[in-house]
Design a protein around this ligand. Sequence first.
Ligand SMILES: Cc1cc2nc3c(=O)[nH]c(=O)nc-3n(C[C@H](O)[C@H](O)[C@H](O)COP(=O)(O)OP(=O)(O)OC[C@H]3O[C@@H](n4cnc5c(N)ncnc54)[C@H](O)[C@@H]3O)c2cc1C
Length: 476
Amino acid sequence: MNSASIKKLKEIVGENNVLDNPADLYVYGSDSSVHEARPNVVVRPQNTEQVQAIMRYANSERIPVIPRGSGSGMCGQVVPVRGGIVLDMKAMNRILEINPQDGYCRVEPGVVDDDLNKALKPYGVFYPPTPASSVVATVGGEIANNASGGRSVKYGAARDATLAVKVVLANGELLSFGSTTRVSASGYQLEKLMVGSEGTLAVIVEASLRFVPIPKLRCLGSAKFNKLSEAGDAIADIMGSGCQPSMLELIDKIAIIAVNKANNLGLPEVEAILLYEADGMAKEMIDVEIGKIQDICKKHKGFDLESSYEAKERARIWAGRAKLFPSLSKYDESLASTSLADDMAVPFSKMAECADKIHEIADKYGLVMTAYGHCGAGCMHTKILMDTDKEISWENARSAVSEIYDFVRSVGGTTSAEHGIGMSKAAAFKKEKAASLELMRAIKKAFDPNNILNPGKLMDGPDDWVEETTLRYQSS
Ligand SMILES: Cc1cc2nc3c(=O)[nH]c(=O)nc-3n(C[C@H](O)[C@H](O)[C@H](O)COP(=O)(O)OP(=O)(O)OC[C@H]3O[C@@H](n4cnc5c(N)ncnc54)[C@H](O)[C@@H]3O)c2cc1C
């Protein structure tokens, strides 16, 4: 990109909305992953017309464009690996309509999840995906990543909430996909194709999202286990028993130690804790659900079972889980927490095996790895805690990641549950989806013939992320 390009972009969005000083380019070069690269410029569109003009110009000049929300993605989705324009969508953050009768809201993509839920609360409804990053995650990033969260076990992920979108294509054309009606059988559901597209197909400039009633009552409980596999077996049994928890989360010992160290919580440092929640309008029904879940936990040797309807007590129990990811680097301050093989999904019946496998592989390669996640929704998260200064750590991490994904595929699981693919999971994704990659490439070409939208991700991502020049850590 040259100075004429910067001048043109300033004409479109105004001088103040174009950033090209080194400090800004550094900040916009990374997300929550292990990757980084520098964009040529950051552009902050204020409206759809500006997005269209930027895309028309970038397409004519073949300049890469990387749509970006808050940059909280964990796999390098917004890392500008081929330079170009980072399109910061956060200024487009208006809530355009809240329609209680028809059960949807219409928003711009830069609206932050928590802000949307604050605006919806007076209507007695909420937008359910709510990832643990909801304090920063934008609606655009959630749709493009198919984000989910603690309550997705009952209320679904971003995919389920996305009724309709307006998008700007690579050539600047504005299109609407989907409908705000509750059902639709009108041909290809292109709005759903945007879900999980990671900014590679089009820029989302508006979304119509389904919301659901806020339950009157919530009861949160916990159970402790002396074996991780016992907690895993309890998850499978709970999900197979006809129970409908509104949350079911696993935390292993490594994660418990880390949250204790970071937040002084004093949680018992047992092998595993299950957190479960049931919600609804009537206490009698919630008590039955919680009772069933607790019976199953007991059957699998769960102990110290607690439960509470009290908001304060619920907040205490939930605090450990909510602070988990940022706390992991405290487990051992000589080790950094890296988002690698960080969120598989496996069938419920394989949860126990998967959790044990993660620890077995960690031991084999001398790494520290956690097992935790929104397990009721099928997620199994891990993080690799390692000395990132040492080349051997990266070699071991590469082998560990590869073995984890081999295991996940062998049990019918999938590479990502909710954090997406980006760069760090591209190799595993390509193995998992080998038979449909050509079809996906054809879809990409139909939307973006010049490959300007977020190149170098998904099918186009690296086969060996350790060899990648974008690694954020210097090994010696
Ligand atoms: C502490 C922490 C906890 C987390 N917990 C969870 C969790 O519980 N569940 C979960 O699902 N994720 C979680 N994440 C991951 C991440 O927060 C989510 O994936 C979130 O949805 C990303 O939103 P964002 O606005 O930061 O998007 P970004 O990271 O900025 O972007 C994500 C992807 O969306 C694309 N994109 C963004 N805006 C647009 C747009 N307008 N049009 C087209 N494409 C767009 C980008 O190109 C990129 O590919 C967590 C992350 C952190 C740091």
